[in-house]
Design a protein around this ligand. Structure first.
Ligand code: ADE
Ligand code: ZN
Length: 323
């Protein structure tokens, strides 16, 4: 199986529905309304998806729950040949942005990840991710959690949630704090916002990577700016198609961005929500764009070079990808 590197995965968004149902049953929490008759997550559009996501996450209430989640998610990733994952973790969900509680969640997640890695599973690194629609004040508290725990495991700060809430500038304080703590930076943009949202994230937050970023294609001057600056896009085509941003895989802009010299990578975002896996993403792209192994090797190599991990880990990843 092709080894794969994934840079954009929301840990709660990767929770298998059966896992969430099991926890809900253990805790006598009724979240039956978020599933369809087949037991899959059910939502009508992106904004409803965010609500369903938060309802599913409400059953994860302890470090132990997150340890179990981490194991379940990484085992799924391993089945797709993933060798390295960067997961978005939110102090909002892990201890209510309290630094001491956050440390406990982080320790549990890290320990579970180390166990999976020791058994040959993927290496995990964390990107702390405030939720944009919770507002800039809560983002600062989450960024403080990130700054306090920056190191080998916590390697970055991101920003997820409703892109229509405020502007990137509103979150600049949080990103400045994270940069000063030595963290790498990424931000969701150019998914539900247009090209200007990508420009704003680049210029106002000085991020190295953009989560999604695909709507940059609507402004070719911006596409060229991204290519020239070597900004890496964390593309999640299956997510974009499932949420209706593009009608089908052929009309997804990842191919055009790649052809114009932008550094693109491929991830699943929230795999069970979008009925996807890393293997499926690669297979659908091969079908839709006629991409061969050489292109996928380039994508993996780009991901390894853009990973927020330490240089020793990067070297090991590049060796495992082969040439
Ligand atoms: N949180 C989880 N998935 C997300 C996405 N695709 N965009 C923004 N926030 C998210
Ligand atoms: Zn995302």
């Amino acid at each position: 199986m092709t080894p794969k590197i994934e840079l954009h995965l929301h840990l709660e968004g990767a929770a298998p529905p059966a896992f969430i149902r099991g926890l809900a049953a253990e805790k006598h929490i009724d979240i039956s309304g978020i599933f369809d008759a087949q037991g899959h997550y059910s939502y009508t559009d992106f904004w409803h998806f965010l609500k369903v996501y938060e309802a599913a996450t409400s059953v994860l209430t302890s470090p132990e729950d997150y340890a179990r989640l981490t194991t379940a998610v990484l085992e799924e990733s391993a089945a797709s040949g993933v060798i390295y994952t960067e997961a978005f973790l939110s102090p909002d969900f892990c201890g209510g942005r309290d630094v001491a509680a956050w440390r406990d969640y982080l320790a549990a997640i890290r320990e579970a990840a180390a166990r999976v890695e020791a058994q040959g599973g993927p290496i995990l690194r964390a990107i702390v991710t405030p939720i944009r629609h919770f507002g800039p004040d809560k983002a600062r508290e989450a960024a403080l959690c990130a700054a306090e725990t920056a190191g080998e495991f916590v390697v970055g700060l991101g920003l997820a949630g409703d892109e229509k809430t405020g502007t990137p500038k509103d979150y600049a304080y949080s990103f400045d704090m994270a940069r000063e703590a030595g963290l790498h930076l990424t931000c969701h943009a150019g998914e539900w916002g247009g090209p200007e949202s990508v420009r704003d994230a680049l210029h106002d937050l000085r991020v190295e990577r953009i989560g999604h970023g695909v709507r940059a294609i609507e402004d070719l001057a911006l596409v060229d700016e991204l290519a020239e600056a070597g900004v890496v896009l964390e593309c999640c085509p299956g997510s974009n198609v499932a949420l209706g941003l593009y009608p089908d895989w052929r009309r997804h802009p990842i191919g055009k961005l790649y052809d114009r010299g932008v550094k693109v990578t491929v991830s699943t975002d929230d795999p069970p929500f979008f009925h996807t896996t890393m293997t499926r993403e690669f297979d659908r792209l091969a079908e839709a764009l006629d991409w061969d192994d050489g292109v996928f090797h380039t994508l993996n190599r780009t991901a390894a070079e853009a990973a927020f991990c330490d240089e020793g880990t990067r070297k090991r990843l590049i060796e495992r990808l082969g040439s």
